[in-house]
Write a protein that binds this ligand. Structure first.
Ligand code: FDA
Length: 388
């Protein structure tokens, strides 16, 4: 069997692994990145609708879910969106701010992968694709056994990502490796994922497929004011993806269908209180098909002020109990993962297994929609890259 020795082995050539490899390589470490797929950065390529929402200018610790909300602070402070933008600008990659601080490539996500490849080359990083890791042992150094080769290094970085979208290479490898070394895992679940309707709601709403409307979606104490899209199967769109990360799988989510509008105000202040006036008021506040369905489902019970108040309340508190989520095949990320209590926040090194680092999505840090997950991948990768 062919054997090679490095200072650092990185498992996974995604956003976090490549960033870590670049930083370690720049520090003179001999780095190998072992990637299971036939090419690197596949998730980067499909991200942001092919344009990669590579960071968010307003990145704050509050944009992340984790059992320990303080854990991400150190890494996010050490590698900021401005640092990644500086790298993008160094490579003259054209980009734009779409909305809410979200930065996208003007051309294509390939620009980001090309940039990372060039940085790896400059830092002397060896990238090996199509590697099937059979096992990892640690007699003294780490030994990674693949089909035809064995790789040795004193530092091993696990950057194998989450469980979403197995058809482009997602595996549970990182979680299993963590368990093998006695590292705890917080329960995983699909996040940033569309909801499916219950059977009843599907009958009620699926003919509205294609309707898109600005809403406030709430669960527990979280709320997001963004677009909601009704699909043939359920609910999607940014507001829904965001709130899905917080859903407990049981309780209903609450949707304000007309945020900022007091729809019945015009009826209350007018001598004319009838269906036609209610319809006109609803049409002014939301898409017509949705307005018509609201009138069918919640017809005004009368025209007294109390009746109008009830109607107003209903429109701002549409309760939907999702049947389920669309699962890992449609989820942008995996929430949960390697327990942050097991890691040093400054370096991502395991507290109990010196030399073992876990970074990126495999860790129990999950960002909101809008470039935050890549920022976590860059930041956690950077921190590990400074330490290995
Ligand atoms: P990532 O998944 O990127 O990389 C892990 C790598 O490890 C993969 O290359 C995989 O093949 C490899 N691997 C797995 N098992 C292995 C094994 N056993 N051995 C070797 N290699 C192995 N985020 C964001 O901020 N902005 C956005 O625009 C989007 N858009 C988006 C769209 C879609 C459709 C999805 C699914 C996700 C997004 N995301 C996103 C989320 C973002 O892509 C994700 O959070 C990061 O890619 C995570 O980076 P990692 O490096 O941790 O994992």
């Amino acid at each position: 069997m062919h054997t090679e020795t490095f200072d650092v082995i990185v498992l996974g050539a995604g956003a976090a692994g490549l960033m870590c490899a670049i930083e370690a390589g720049k520090r003179g470490r001999r780095v190998a990145v072992l990637e299971r797929a036939d090419r690197i950065g596949k998730k980067i390529l499909i991200s942001g609708g092919g344009r990669c929402n590579f960071t968010n200018l307003h990145c704050r610790p509050e944009n992340f879910l984790s059992a320990n909300p303080h854990f991400c602070k150190s890494a996010l402070a050490r590698y900021t969106p401005a640092d990644f933008v500086a790298l993008i600008e160094k490579h003259s990659i054209p980009y734009h701010e779409k909305t809410l601080g979200q930065l996208f490539c003007d051309r294509a996500a390939q620009d980001v992968v090309t940039m990372l490849t060039q940085e790896c080359d400059a830092a002397g990083v060896r990238i090996i694709t199509n590697v099937r890791v059979q096992e990892v042992q640690r007699p003294s150094d780490f030994v990674v056994r693949a089909d035809a080769a064995e790789f040795h290094a004193p530092a091993l970085v696990v950057a194998t990502g989450g469980l979403s979208i197995s058809k482009i290479g997602a595996t549970s490898f990182g979680y299993e490796l963590a368990k093998q070394f006695g590292i705890g895992i917080r329960e995983c679940r699909p996040a940033l994922v569309p909801f499916t309707f219950s059977a009843d709601d599907r009958r009620r709403y699926c003919d509205l497929a294609g309707v898109s409307s600005e809403v406030v979606a709430s669960f527990d104490r979280q709320q997001f004011r963004e677009k909601m899209l009704i699909t043939h199967r359920g609910l999607s769109g940014p507001a829904i993806l965001q709130i899905s990360s917080y859903w407990d799988g049981r309780q209903p989510i609450v949707i304000d269908l007309a945020p900022g509008h007091e729809i019945t105000a015009v009826l209350r202040n007018s001598p004319r209180r009838d269906l036609a006036a209610a319809r006109a008021a609803l049409h002014a506040a939301m898409p017509i098909r949705l307005a018509e369905r609201c009138l069918e489902l919640y017809p005004p019970q009368g025209w007294s002020n109390a009746d109008l108040a009830e109607m107003e309340w209903q429109l701002h508190h549409w309760e939907v109990r999702p049947g389920a989520t669309e699962g890992y095949e449609k989820a942008e990320v995996t929430a949960g993962g390697v327990d942050t209590d097991e890691l040093l926040a400054r370096t991502m090194e395991s507290r109990n297994v010196p030399g073992l680092y876990l970074i990126g999505e495999v860790v129990d840090v999950t960002g909101h929609l809008g470039g935050f997950n890549f920022q976590w991948a860059w930041a956690s990768g950077f921190c590990a890259g400074q330490a290995v």
